[in-house]
Design a protein around this ligand. Structure first.
Ligand SMILES: NC(=O)c1ccc[n+]([C@@H]2O[C@H](COP(=O)([O-])OP(=O)(O)OC[C@H]3O[C@@H](n4cnc5c(N)ncnc54)[C@H](OP(=O)(O)O)[C@@H]3O)[C@@H](O)[C@H]2O)c1
Length: 274
């Protein structure tokens, strides 16, 4: 599949608008994968960005690339979102630097361990912390800065695994909890003008990652996996990023407490999961 500018994949095309011009947005896990696509789309739309990830080199190359494209430099910090003090300090620093936050995206996440008979208690607690614990602490730390901006939008990246059963129950259970968390926080923070929504990507075709490798290394297994999708194609991270940008924009002012699957009507995992 060729990479194209804008649209379903690739880098944002010139003039690609996302309704986020001037918005101050913090994205966790913005150096690679879906988070990188979100950061790039928002930066191209004129947003001011803060992002974190564990690997400093990836943050440096993202910064260099955005700067070379004329989108300014994001405020970055190398940290693990499961370390509460580091995450809180980063959110505080971003909120002060930007004099408030208009948007927050809890994107960092993932799974540890395998099936229920192999996964140990650490796999369960780490998976919970990476997804749910990090999101709860992120929102708590961001609330004063969102209030200072007069309200804002929080987007929680959950997963198809959070609402359709599949292997790695510790991951699905944590993602389901994120969906519930978003709906609950939307009610709790709504009086302050803070909207909270969850987005559930299907299995994303991310260059060099799991499904992209399967596509090139095991084409027959990939064809079996994607055959059940109505168009036989996985969703792209760009398509998910576009929905995130919409939820951060004022065009979605009436949407809060919602759960938006972005999965091209995907309905079945591989034996290893979604
Ligand atoms: N991939 C899929 O098909 C898929 C499908 C549905 C939902 N999701 C969800 O979408 C989100 C992004 O997935 P992805 O596949 O794009 O993830 P990824 O490629 O594994 O990582 C995305 C970003 O998160 C950072 N990150 C990961 N763990 C972190 C941690 N503990 N602390 C700080 N930063 C961390 C990574 O940088 P470092 O590694 O340098 O920290 C990277 O910048 C996750 O919440 C995932 O559960 C993914």
């Amino acid at each position: 599949m060729a990479s194209v500018s804008g649209g379903r994949e690739g880098r944002p095309g010139p003039g690609e608008r996302s309704g986020v011009d001037g918005k101050r947005v913090l994205v966790t896990g913005g150096s690679r994968g879906l988070g990188e696509q979100i950061v790039r789309l928002l930066a191209a739309g004129g947003a001011r960005l803060a992002t974190c990830a564990r690997t400093p080199e990836h943050l440096r190359s993202l910064t260099a690339s955005l700067s070379a494209e004329g989108h300014g430099e994001p405020f970055t910090s190398a940290l693990d979102v499961t370390a509460p003090e580091l995450l809180e300090r980063f959110v505080e620093a971003a909120g002060i630097r930007f004099s408030g936050l208009d948007g927050v995206v809890a994107c960092a996440g993932g799974a540890r361990g395998r099936g229920v008979e192999e996964a140990d208690s650490q796999d369960w607690s780490l998976t919970w912390e990476m997804n749910v614990g990090h999101t709860a602490r992120l929102v708590k730390a961001a609330v004063p800065h969102l209030r200072r901006a007069g309200g804002g939008s929080v987007v929680v990246i959950a997963s198809i695994s959070g609402w359709k059963p599949g292997p790695q129950a510790q991951y699905g259970a944590a993602k389901a909890a994120q969906i519930h968390l978003a709906a609950s926080l939307a009610r709790e923070l709504g009086p302050d003008g803070i909207r909270v929504n969850a987005v559930s990507p299907g299995s994303m075709l991310i260059p060099g990652k799991r499904w992209d490798r399967m596509r090139t290394e095991e084409p027959e297994a990939y064809a079996r996996f994607t055959a059940e999708l109505p168009r036989g194609e996985l969703v792209t991270p760009r398509e998910v990023a576009q929905v995130v940008a919409f939820l951060l924009s004022d065009a979605s002012s009436g949407v809060s407490g919602a759960h938006l699957p972005v999965d091209r009507a995907q309905n079945a995992p591989t034996p290893g999961g979604y």
